[in-house]
Design a protein around this ligand. Structure first.
Ligand SMILES: O=C(O)C(=O)C[C@]1(C(=O)O)C=C[C@@H](O)C=C1
Length: 119
């Protein structure tokens, strides 16, 4: 693979985004299914921490934290660029993920308010 992101003084970055060439659509879908099986537990674990966040926030308005959303976006964009992925697409995915996470967190916050002892 070619080196990307080379500039004076920057470390050498190699893209690690790779897909093996598939001969058929079935093979493509099998690879996508394989990756989905890896992604689901990771996303579920992220959501579990988002649910915990609802316990640490004083008010429902605190569920949405604009500065943190921008910080997360900046971090995942940097991560994407480091591996040669499309940073704009990754940003879109994470903004969608965080919008869903906000609903998830708000649901947990409301449940916490309804059952204060049942955290
Ligand atoms: O960092 C927080 O405060 C969170 O609740 C987590 C999270 C996220 O999904 O990363 C979710 C909602 C906030 O608006 C910001 C970020």
């Amino acid at each position: 693979m070619e080196d990307v992101g080379m500039s004076e003084g920057s470390p050498q970055i190699r893209p690690v985004v790779a897909s093996r060439p598939c001969a058929t659509m079935d093979e493509v879908r099998a690879e996508i299914d394989r990756l989905d099986r890896l992604l689901v537990p990771l996303i579920a674990e992220r959501l579990a921490y988002v649910a915990q966040a609802a316990r640490h926030k004083p008010t429902r308005a605190d569920v949405v934290v604009p500065w943190r959303i921008e910080e997360v976006v900046a971090k995942v964009r940097e991560c994407a660029m480091a591996i040669g992925a499309d940073a704009d697409t990754i940003e879109q995915i994470w903004r969608s993920l965080m919008a869903i996470s906000i609903d998830w967190e708000a649901w947990h916050f409301d449940r916490r308010e309804a059952r204060p002892s049942g955290r």
